[in-house]
Design a protein around this ligand. Sequence first.
Ligand code: SF4
Ligand code: SF4
Ligand code: FES
Length: 240
Amino acid sequence: MPETLLVSLWRGGTDGRYVSYEVPMRENQTVLDVVTWVQRNADSTLSYRFACRVGMCGSCAMTVNGRPRWTCRTHVSKVASNGRITIGPLENLPIIKDLAADMRPFFEKWQQAKGRFAPSKARTDPIERIAPDNPARVAADAAIECINCGICYAACDTVRWNSDYLGPAALNRAWTLVNDVRDAANVERLTAVAANGGCHACHSHQSCQEHCPVSLNPTRSIAGLKRRTAQAYLRGEIKP
Ligand code: SF4
Ligand code: SF4
Ligand code: FES
């Protein structure tokens, strides 16, 4: 194992550049460990984002050697090539500074896709029982463990070409709610995801599914939304 790693980090805003640092190599070192070493030992002004360090919060995603990854769960040994590694902010999002991308467009699209639960019952109503093997619950469960990391959004070519596209994570979230029988906002939600920039803009090339660190399949959720919105048109539940 070489003793040092040559790490190129994006520095500055959109008009920034890559700057190289020599970082000591360690066994079982993660990409986030490398970034943290630079911030603590070489340049304390380096900006980046993380919280849990254990793959739960989704905040540490960056572009590593051209591919979006969760950096706290990505080992250097898996991605370094000839002792080198290049790390930048997530793509398809504005850059705040250095390795910190601005996640606002990502979360604004969750709002546009009506990604918030709308209760159909009051606090005093009895709690609804939902069988775990109910097909709608099974469909929701398969998509629900999203950690909001933005990796699928950064990997999606349709987002890159069409800034209005809601993107895989927001649509995946909408699909979980469409399958939640307790939710009361599905006409609004299906109308939102059927509009321009919604599910029908996805061309199903599965980059989102390929890169998702928790093995979700937004492409499958979006295919479900395409079917469900078509049915809703035919039944007159939503308007073209
Ligand atoms: S399948 Fe759809 S949402 Fe996923 S990366 Fe491709 S275009 Fe984007
Ligand atoms: S669907 Fe996967 S890649 Fe996309 S935000 Fe959720 S966890 Fe991250
Ligand atoms: S720091 Fe929380 S997922 Fe990486």
